[in-house]
Ligand binder design. Structure first.
Ligand code: ZN
Length: 95
């Protein structure tokens, strides 16, 4: 995975990495530009499912991408396999 420094845009190196859960990983990154020297912590999150897993892990829920072909199938595979659904999201008033 390629990560660029948010300040100078130079490619960064990943120095450390640890799992925070099945869908989240935290990485310590360091800019390789010695004139910049920025180090920071980045998060890698499983955000959307493009194609559902054929080996779904109980408790892991990654929402289907609206652009996924599976999103248009009436019987989504993950639902049939007894995956837990997240609590409904609250509507946030706008304006
Ligand atoms: Zn930098």
């Amino acid at each position: 995975m390629r990560l660029n420094c948010p300040h100078c845009g130079t490619i960064a190196s990943i120095r450390t990495s640890r799992e925070l859960g099945s869908t989240v990983r935290e990485a310590g990154a360091q800019c390789t530009n010695i004139e910049c020297g920025h180090t920071w912590v980045a998060r890698i999150v499983a955000e959307r499912t493009i194609a559902p897993s054929m080996m779904p892990k109980p408790g892991v829920y990654i929402p289907l991408s609206p652009r996924s072909p599976a999103a248009n199938a009436p019987a989504a595979n993950q639902l049939e396999l007894g995956m837990d659904l997240p609590p409904p999201r609250m509507a946030v008033p706008t304006g």
